[in-house]
Write a protein that binds this ligand. Structure first.
Ligand code: M6R
Length: 611
């Protein structure tokens, strides 16, 4: 939930850390802070922290001369304690020698804090983190990694900790449990961060830490141990995108850039999937054909927009594979004790690969011996590492909190996985699988076409931006996108928006419709579209202002549409990949017209690593 950076090297640490925090601000923007260690002149540890966005911290640092080549930084999404200056990280111990930043929640912090206060420590914030700084103070006897290991063994909950000590001018110590921490391996300098975007300007060689590991970061190298202090080996990976992918590139917001990147992101995700023999290949999954044939049931688990991608996956897998699919929110899945066994395939969909609810669903499924496949955008993420197989979407970094190109690539992924299962199980012959794949391969060009037509949608969004309630209706494969359109508008514009199956509205929700209520109806061509035309008439008769998304050349909806958004024709099962675009553009423009920051909507953070 929070963003963390650590650095030791030869460069001015403040610059490196602030640059990393700028790239991680999407993870939380309730407060920000840095600690920089200057070993010259006896060693000064300067800590500066401010409530609010990173800009507030930068303003507080302006004009100050803070030198030093070792530093840590934090951008916060508040859990324990209000987003104030005193709750901002880094936190320090009683002596001011130790500074610490933390992502996660320490569940036994009240008990730890009580013990510390009884032993005479003075805690000055409301956070769970500060207790850790004081515990390290108690355990420190010249060996910082040993003190951190000993404290970690006592903590319950989830954490990434990054710690520095005034007496250790060449050492930053990091530790992780349940949340991501990645090491950036440089030449004479090394980095720690919540994700690689923080350091790709300096190095693209990285190593993800595993559960309950502690890392010692020095200029000369990196050492990783378990909590007993035994050194552990690990694999490094190369980040195959560069800083340009994590820049706004002239757009006002990352979200606008990421919407435009969708054709390329889909091309990347589906590229190279057909082998020389003409068969679909998802080699990275490395599931045996025997396992695939043995699946009797599929669950898709995910949260938020990824859940909507999962709903689309249900239609594709059921249609092509004749396998029963249930789609469930990560936050609910394990609590109802679903029936799982070795013949159950659980597909976890997560852009970040770190969403706590989805991760816990993965763990639960594996405990029950189900076969777990991750669909994620993040190499080395917890969900990727803890699943039996991983399908990586190749969307590149998604920085805006509202998910756009990640959803688009997840849709590509669920179609590919559906086709692959059908191919191996023999429920579709290879000609049909190839033909569906070729339809999918036409999608990037069609998205480009849709993007070129968005002026009318933008104007409409501006015209409607004073509205406080918008409904989204769809049927069949259009229903998940109605949910997605509503979620985008809620999270970006703070408008009450609901996505509903159009056939359901007569069972209650139609009472919401009043004169002028804007209703977006997703009515592209598919089997239920004629019924949807009837639903449009029903709501229009009650005064709705209808915004109809329809296929080129389909005139059946024209008489009932106050506004028409036209999309090129495609196979109906793939239509969500086109419908999605005007919904994203509509929500972004609507929110911008209200003067809102569409990259960092209020109360949110990009990856939700708390339950
Ligand atoms: O990283 P994940 O895909 O697991 O994230 C899931 C949701 O938190 C995410 O899709 C969220 O709903 C987005 N902000 C929606 O735009």
């Amino acid at each position: 939930m929070c963003g963390i950076v650590g650095y030791v090297g030869e460069q001015p640490a403040l610059d490196v850390v602030l640059e990393g925090l700028r790239r991680l601000e999407y993870r939380g923007y309730d407060s920000a802070g840095v600690a920089v260690l200057d070993p010259s002149g006896g060693g000064a540890l300067t800590v500066v922290r401010r409530a609010g966005k990173l800009a507030n911290l930068e303003a507080a640092l302006a004009g100050r001369d803070i030198s030093g080549t070792l530093g840590i930084g934090h951008t916060r999404w508040a859990t324990h304690g209000a987003p104030t200056d005193r709750n901002a990280h880094p936190h320090v111990d009683c002596t001011g020698a130790i500074a610490i930043v933390h992502n996660g929640t320490i569940e036994n912090f009240a008990e730890l804090r009580e013990g510390l206060e009884m032993r005479g420590h003075e805690l000055t914030s409301d956070t769970d983190t500060e207790a850790v700084a004081h515990l390290i103070e108690e355990r420190y006897a010249g060996d910082l990694p040993a003190a951190v290991r000993s404290v970690c063994a006592e903590l319950d909950g989830s954490f990434v900790l990054v710690v520095t000590h005034r007496e250790q001018p060449d050492l930053v110590v990091g530790a992780r449990r349940n949340l991501p921490l990645v090491v950036g391996i440089g030449d004479g300098e090394n980095f720690l961060a919540s994700d690689v975007t923080a350091f790709i300007a300096h190095t693209r060689e990285a190593r993800a830490l595993d559960q309950d590991q502690v890392v010692e970061l020095r200029r000369s190298g990196v050492r990783v141990t378990d909590l007993d202090g035994a050194e552990v080996e690990g694999e490094t990976f190369h980040v195959d995108w560069d800083t340009a992918a994590a820049e706004k590139a002239g757009y006002d917001y990352f979200m606008l850039k990421e919407i435009q990147e969708q054709p390329a992101a889909v091309s990347e995700t589906i590229g190279g999937r057909i082998g020389a023999d003409g068969r679909l290949r998802l080699d990275e999954l490395s599931i045996s054909d025997e396992d695939v044939r043995g699946f009797e049931k599929v669950f898709i688990v995910a949260c938020g927009s990824s859940y909507h991608s999962g709903l689309v996956g249900k239609y594709a897998i059921e249609r092509w594979c004749r396998l029963s699919v249930e789609v469930e929110m990560g936050s609910e899945f394990r609590y109802r004790d679903p029936v799982l066994d070795r013949h159950t395939l659980v597909i976890a969909v997560s852009q970040s690969g770190e969403t706590a609810d989805t991760l816990e669903a993965v763990r639960h499924a594996r405990q029950q011996r189900a076969w777990v496949m991750a669909i994620t955008n993040t190499v080395g993420s917890s969900i990727a590492r803890e699943s039996d197989a991983v399908f990586y979407t190749r969307g590149g970094p998604e920085i805006a909190v509202a998910s756009t190109k990640a959803v688009m690539t997840q849709l590509s992924a669920v179609y590919l996985v559906g086709l692959y299962l059908a191919q191996v199980r023999g429920t579709r012959d290879s000609d049909e699988v190839r033909s569906h794949f070729h339809d999918l391969a036409t999608i990037p060009a069609l998205i480009t076409e849709v993007l070129s037509r968005m002026d009318g949608t933008r104007k409409l969004a501006r015209d409607l931006s004073g509205e406080e309630r918008v409904l989204f209706l769809g049927r069949h494969i259009g229903y998940p996108m109605a949910l997605e359109g509503a979620l985008k508008l809620k999270e970006l514009a703070y408008v009450s928006a609901e996505g509903m199956p159009a056939g359901e509205i007569k069972h209650g929700p139609i009472a919401l419709i009043d004169k002028g209520t804007p209703v977006v109806v997703l009515a592209t061509r598919h089997a239920l579209q004629p019924k949807l035309v009837t639903n449009i008439q029903e709501i229009r008769a009650r005064g709705a202002r209808t915004i109809v998304v329809a296929t080129d050349g389909d005139e059946s909806v024209t008489p009932y549409a106050d506004h028409l958004i036209r999309l090129p024709d495609t196979k109906s099962l793939l239509s969500p990949m086109l419908t999605l675009v005007p919904l994203q553009v509509f929500a972004a423009e609507f929110a911008m017209a209200r003067g809102l920051d569409v990259d960092q909507p209020r109360n949110l953070a990009k990856s939700v690593t708390v339950e």
